[in-house]
Write a protein that binds this ligand. Structure first.
Ligand SMILES: Nc1ncnc2c1ncn2[C@@H]1O[C@H](COP(=O)(O)OP(=O)(O)O)[C@@H](O)[C@H]1O
Ligand SMILES: [Mg+2]
Length: 272
């Protein structure tokens, strides 16, 4: 892949980021074979990636291998950048706007697979901390409420700067350290982008609202919505219009999802 891209006049490396060392390429291969080397363990991810946590040069790190989604993906990546390169660029842009994204330490390719090495974020995902999606929430109830309000304010700030996150789910947001006052770290930024049209930002609120009520209560959602609205300085009528929109759009999306045969397949690894 690297040679093909170079031949096409495209530079697959990212300025300022180390090319992926060979030992990590081996870790990626073993991870794909379902046998990460000792000291590394696989984490749950979408079906289009394999992710493992381990140590490298004395640091806690996370290795992410992007699996090609379709045969056209490589071609598309020539025009708009590959998923990994886009994730790194968008992460840097988010950081420049005062948000947090994982620090990327190295980047490279193994054949058609793109690989990113990130510093591990010391924390946990919001789905573990404040929802019961993966078991009882890790935070006690008052902390959950505080984190939810802080998260709502953070999403409002994101939207105020016109950022639309590509896939805003509680599993794609880490809190570091994992308690009120921690930093929210946005994962999976390859499709995050700035949009011109305010209405498109609501997509993120629908994405968040897709979590089933048995995993995140209605009162939690209301708390989120009210804080989001307050931070965004919305009027009463704007809030009630937004609430109505969210209810309808979530239902439509749930129906579409059921028609496709339920939630997208995920790769599940033990405890993550
Ligand atoms: N830099 C990181 N630090 C700590 N955990 C991470 C990091 N990156 C990913 N993870 C964990 O791995 C999981 C899958 O990674 P993610 O980048 O979201 O993959 P996918 O694109 O398949 O959703 C995340 O939900 C998170 O729990
Ligand atoms: Mg993810």
């Amino acid at each position: 892949m690297t040679r093909l891209l170079a031949w096409l006049g495209f530079r697959p490396s990212i300025p300022g980021i180390e090319p992926l060392p060979r030992d990590l390429r081996m870790v990626a291969r073993q991870l794909l074979n379902g046998e990460p080397p000792s000291g590394w363990h696989a984490l749950s991810s979408s079906a289009q990636a394999r992710v493992a946590r381990g140590h490298w040069r004395g640091e806690d790190v996370v290795l992410k291998v992007f699996l090609p989604r379709d045969p056209l993906e490589l071609l598309k990546s020539l025009f708009r950048g590959s998923r990994g390169v886009r994730a790194v660029r968008r992460g840097h842009e988010l950081e420049a706007d005062g948000f947090h994204a994982p620090v990327v330490l190295a980047h490279g390719w193994d054949g058609t697979r793109e690989i990113l090495l990130m510093r591990a974020v010391a924390g946990d995902s919001l789905s573990r901390l404040i929802s019961s999606r993966l078991g009882p929430p890790l935070l006690p109830v008052t902390d959950r409420q505080a984190v939810q309000r802080e998260f709502a304010a953070e999403v409002a700030r994101l939207h105020h700067l016109r950022w639309l996150h590509g896939d805003l789910r509680l599993g794609n947001v880490l809190l570091s350290p994992p308690r009120p006052g921690g930093n929210f770290v946005f994962l999976d930024n390859e499709s995050s982008r700035k949009v011109d049209n305010d209405a498109r930002l609501r997509k993120n609120l629908v994405q968040l609202n897709m979590m089933r009520p048995r995993f995140l209560s209605r009162s939690s959602r209301l708390r989120f919505l009210l804080k989001y609205a307050q931070t965004s300085e919305m009027s009463r009528s704007e809030v009630s219009e937004l609430a109505k929109y969210l209810m309808q759009a979530t239902e439509v999306r749930r129906a579409e999802r059921n028609q496709r045969g339920g939630p997208k397949a995920r790769f599940t690894a033990g405890a993550s």
